[in-house]
Design a protein around this ligand. Structure first.
Ligand code: SF4
Length: 255
């Protein structure tokens, strides 16, 4: 059934039918949302920024925006879907410009000791390695003062999560297991989200006991997915951004 990822698990939780379209029927995304395009272009630009910094050069903010502009145009699908029809493509592009300028001014000179960008990690959830998760850490840094690894994740969404959601987030906690496996189980790991629309950094930590529990819960979820034979549609506000909504009968039954 292939290796799992956080996004694969969340797709199943969000809507089993969407999971079936994407991971079982392997239907390529049919609709490309502008929100994903914005997120992808901003992520690529921050990745580029930190690669330059790692190579000893701090690009100017103008160079960062120039890079972003190229990324935006290079990866742009001609049929980008805009769910919020009060906004134009230009508005979304400009949002990214603002996110990056704010982030740049707040974090320059980017000296938090970045050691990896877009780092691929594989997390074995059990001793035998039967259940594994794969993912990419946006950026990993090592804080020499606190002797702590920091897992950074960039968010381009328009809303700030409640503290409870942050403290129960699965994705970065899974990556914390991977970082501990790589750099030492006794190492402390800090989870850091950058909510770019608010220019805010939010941190959270997990105990070893919480990480052990997370492994068990994730194995249970994988087992449940593997044994599922029925994939009902689960409608929610997120349908607005679903890349399969044109072939989803449940979505289309309402319009
Ligand atoms: S449109 Fe909604 S109900 Fe239909 S597949 Fe997508 S997420 Fe599921």
């Amino acid at each position: 059934m292939g290796i799992f990822s956080h996004s694969r698990l969340s797709t199943f939780e969000q809507c089993p039918l969407k999971y079936k379209f994407r991971y079982i029927d392997k239907i390529p995304p049919r609709i490309f949302s502008i929100e994903s395009h914005l997120g992808g272009s901003v992520h690529s630009s921050l990745e580029w920024l930190y690669i330059q910094v790692k190579n000893g050069k701090i690009p100017s903010v103008e160079e960062l925006i120039e890079h972003y502009s190229k990324e935006w145009n290079k990866k742009k699908n001609p049929d980008l879907a805009i769910a919020d029809n009060s906004l134009t493509e230009k508005d979304y592009f400009n949002k990214g410009v603002k996110f990056l300028i704010d982030y740049y001014l707040k974090n320059k000179p980017f000296n938090d000791n970045t050691i990896e960008v877009e780092k691929k990690v594989t997390i074995a959830l059990d001793e035998e390695g039967k259940y594994k998760i794969q993912g990419f850490i946006d950026r990993l840094s090592y804080n020499k003062e606190t002797d702590e690894y920091e897992i950074h994740d960039y968010k381009t969404s328009n809303s700030l999560p409640y503290r409870e959601k942050i403290d129960n987030d699965r994705q970065l906690a899974l990556y914390a297991i991977a970082v501990k496996n790589l750099y030492g189980r006794d190492k402390n790991v800090c989870l850091v989200w950058h909510y770019l629309a608010y220019n805010r950094k939010i941190c959270s930590r997990r105990t070893d006991e919480q990480l052990e529990q997370l492994k068990k819960d994730t194995i249970e979820l994988i087992k449940r997915i593997k044994s599922t034979t029925d994939f009902p549609a689960k409608k929610s506000v997120l349908c607005k951004w679903c890349e399969y909504r044109d072939i989803c009968q449940d979505f289309n039954s309402d319009i």
